[in-house]
Design a protein around this ligand. Structure first.
Ligand SMILES: CC/C=C\C/C=C\C/C=C\C/C=C/C(=O)SCCNC(=O)CCNC(=O)[C@H](O)C(C)(C)COP(=O)(O)OP(=O)(O)OC[C@H]1O[C@@H](n2cnc3c(N)ncnc32)[C@H](O)[C@@H]1OP(=O)(O)O
Ligand SMILES: Cc1cc2nc3c(=O)[nH]c(=O)nc-3n(C[C@H](O)[C@H](O)[C@H](O)COP(=O)(O)OP(=O)(O)OC[C@H]3O[C@@H](n4cnc5c(N)ncnc54)[C@H](O)[C@@H]3O)c2cc1C
Length: 670
């Protein structure tokens, strides 16, 4: 064991072995030197006060203490945010991933303010007129009001059109009357709603002049700003313990004919005039779903960030941990030396990179579409919806699986809350469900793909992200397999095209047998999900490969080399995972697959000496990692021991329950 201040010897050796410039890779991940400097500045300001520290670990507190502690830290953090950080980033970038990243130093679980910043403020920005923004935005940014996003109900999350809460316009008083007609119409799940928020966005069915115009967002004050008492007509509370998110304060909400002013309808996309006339402003019916698209886009970045934390913890731990004997009497190897361990972990490093570059690309696409929409052009929205849906689904699902793999890689200690891996897993596992369930979102992408296929069939030019369909449509034969990055990407496009084509064929065949389109679609959904996933994988592989090529153009040779090895590992890994599909849709042979397997194993060997360097390049401060297993200094065993001392159960040598229960039980006769 190393002494207190020393860095674990194995980690020192690993860092010595690393043959590339770590900072260069950090700059690539951050999106440039300037961004790294800005991030470090923000982290210094946000984290140097030590205010984030807990004397007792969050997981050792009861529910009330955990909430109170999370709220205390949220206030400390929000003060730093509004007094110092916004000056550095500018108010327009308040939601930057870097700010989100520093927040993780304060909370192992989630801040009850997260949805205020993550959805309440963005919805005001996206769904309000300029006049309404002038009223709500300054108060929300300054946190004079704290909001939640209450869309999901007890009875409906996915099917938004099925929401039951009503907002009925009363022209006499120029108010909307909010009402929850059934138990299932109660709002359910909204983060921050249970105890913290005094306002929330409510998505409700709009009725005016006796007609329902579908779901629309409203801004609603639910608690008194001074006493915090729920206003008359409001029933609000916390929904109870969950797998994660236990300090996120998820809530329920019901309305008993609760009145709000007309101007509290968020009127950017549709309006109700004073006399009750309904006016549709937006040219696309789904612009009211805009906040969801925005959050889905940001969740790809979340997936990457959380995975980078998990894999940093697991790789550093694997360098410190020694276990078993390779030969009788030999020294125990670092577990990172086992190829099976490398197989678990290196793909996680590559996946974090792949998602980071994809997230950056998707963010750029999102801003371009936004700019077009501001000019009145909504043509690119369906493509963005299809893209953000599948990328959100696949990135969150893969990240959750990878984080769980990182936990497996850490053996028993990975199961400890203090490793932070269970927190990371439960957070990312939820992202697969919220903001649109995995299957549901892939089916949205599938709708787009089927239409695109039909366009390609009609010899029309399709949108850029599905352009491969035009090409694949002309080739009836299997795509010729070539083992190169470009060859693998082309093969994945062929898989996607083949699967979409098969779906279309099956839908048509089912219709021929007498089914209507809806049933034919329904019976094909298992394949449609698979086709959308294949399309998404081809997008990620393509983006990762091309973006990494672009970003490393001026890098030093060793950086180029290690990042090339990692991208290739990712491509080869997925080729092997999907070898069945490759056999079906390309000319790949069993021999080619054997070669791929060999290439994969060789890549593990090549990457091994740089593994710790690669996770160091994520540049995650210990305060943000919050892990006994993953700290920069590798003092794993000391930290596990230190954590034991903080456990309230260990404060007394004999637990009071001994006298109360155990002793009487032992002394009692059967
Ligand atoms: C820094 C940030 C970090 C973290 C984030 C912050 C907080 C994290 C913590 C928790 C937050 C959680 C929040 C929530 O979960 S809020 C609730 C989210 N709810 C959902 O996502 C519900 C999912 N359901 C839907 O999106 C829709 O209902 C669904 C798309 C499934 C179907 O909608 P609908 O029935 O109305 O449409 P369809 O008839 O199926 O399609 C019609 C047509 O419209 C197109 N469409 C659908 N959605 C959109 C969209 N968003 N944008 C554009 N177009 C859309 C669809 O493709 C169809 O087109 P077409 O085929 O051409 O007819
Ligand atoms: C941690 C967490 C935080 C959340 N925060 C918020 C929040 O702040 N605000 C808010 O409004 N909501 C929030 N939600 C709710 C969340 O958005 C919904 O849970 C999510 O959209 C899924 O909807 P659902 O629960 O109705 O699932 P369901 O739709 O009931 O899904 C159950 C199963 O049915 C399947 N299914 C459903 N419809 C279809 C279909 N058409 N085709 C095929 N399969 C289908 C799904 O794939 C899934 O397997 C949160 C949820 C969680 C877990």
């Amino acid at each position: 064991m190393s002494s207190k201040k020393e860095i674990n010897e194995d980690l020192v050796n690993e860092r010595r072995k690393c043959n590339f410039n770590i900072q260069e890779v950090t700059h690539i991940i951050d999106g440039g030197v300037e961004n790294t400097l800005q991030r470090k500045k923000i982290e210094d300001v946000a984290l140097n006060g030590g205010a984030s520290l807990d004397d007792v670990p969050e997981e050792c507190m009861n529910l009330r203490e955990r909430y109170e502690n999370a709220l205390r830290k949220s206030c400390v953090y929000a003060n730093i945010l509004r007094n110092e950080l916004l000056e550095i980033t500018g108010i327009e970038n308040f939601g930057t991933p870097v700010i989100r990243r520093t927040g993780d130093a304060f909370f192992k679980d989630i801040s009850p303010f997260m949805l205020h910043l993550g959805m309440f403020v963005p919805t005001i920005m996206g769904q309000c007129t300029a006049e309404q923004q002038g009223i709500w935005l300054p108060k929300a940014l300054d946190m004079q009001i704290i909001g939640a996003y209450a869309q999901t109900e007890l009875g409906h999350g996915t099917f938004i059109r099925g929401l039951e809460t009503t907002a009925t316009y009363d022209p006499k008083t120029k108010e909307f009357i909010l009402y929850s007609p059934t138990i299932t119409s109660y709002k359910w799940w909204a983060g921050g709603l249970g105890r913290t928020a005094n306002h929330c966005i409510v998505v409700a069915q709009l009725y005016t002049q006796g007609k329902c115009h579908g779901v629309h967002p409203f801004i609603v004050q639910i608690r008194d700003l001074d006493t915090h008492m729920p206003l008359p007509g409001i029933k609000v509370g916390e929904i109870g313990p969950r797998m994660g998110f236990n300090t996120a304060d998820n809530g329920f909400l019901g309305f008993n004919h609760f009145r709000i002013p007309r101007m509290n309808m968020m009127m950017k996309n549709a309006q109700v005039l004073e006399d009750g006339t309904y006016v549709k402003v937006a040219r696309h019916g789904k612009l009211t779903y805009g906040t969801m698209v925005f959050v889905r886009v940001t969740l790809v970045n979340e997936a990457s960030f959380n995975l980078s934390k998990a894999v940093t913890i697991a790789v550093r731990y694997s360098a410190v941990r020694r276990q078993s004997e390779l030969r009788p009497g030999s020294a125990e190897p670092q577990i990172l030396d086992y190829p099976t361990q490398q197989h678990k972990l290196f793909i996680c490093i590559a996946t974090a990179h792949a998602f980071q570059l994809t997230a950056n690309w998707l963010w750029h696409t999102f801003t371009v579409v936004q700019a077009e929409m501001r000019k009145g052009n909504i043509d690119t929205l369906p493509e963005l919806h299809a893209l953000s849906s599948c990328l959100k689904a696949v990135s969150t699902s893969d990240a959750a699986a990878c984080i769980e793999q990182c936990r497996f890689a850490c053996g028993g200690h990975g199961y400890m809350m203090s490793s932070n891996l269970p927190y990371l897993y439960s957070f990312v596992a939820a992202t697969r469900t919220y903001e649109g369930d995995y299957t549901v979102l892939l089916l949205q992408t599938a709708r787009y793909l089927v239409k695109a296929w039909e366009q390609a069939e009609a010899k029309k030019i399709v949108t850029p992200t599905v352009a491969y369909l035009n090409r694949c449509f002309d080739t009836n034969e299997k795509v010729a397999w070539t083992n190169s990055p470009e060859g693998i990407i082309k093969s994945f496009q062929a898989i996607a095209a083949g699967k979409i084509s098969l779906c279309v064929k099956n839908i048509r065949q089912r219709i021929k047998t007498g089914m209507d389109y809806e049933d034919a679609w329904l019976m094909t959904t298992v394949q449609l999900v698979s086709a959308a996933e294949a399309h998404c994988r081809s997008m990620i592989l393509d983006t990762y490969w091309n973006e990494m090529q672009r970003l490393t153009k001026t890098s030093s040779d060793n950086v180029k080399m290690v990042l090339y090895q990692l991208t290739t590992l990712y491509l080869v890994y997925w080729a092997l995972e999907k070898s069945g599909d490759l056999l079906r849709y390309t000319s790949i042979t069993e021999g080619d697959i054997d070669l791929l397997q060999k290439e994969y194993e060789d890549l593990l060997v090549k990457i091994r000496p740089n593994a710790v360097g690669l996770v160091d390049a994520f540049d995650l401060r210990d305060e943000i990692l919050r892990s006994t297993l993953g700290s920069y200094d590798g003092r794993v065993y000391e930290r596990l021991m230190e954590e034991v001392q903080k456990n309230p159960l260990n404060k007394v040598p004999v637990d009071p329950s001994f006298q109360k229960y155990l002793k009487p039980f032992m002394k009692s006769k059967i």
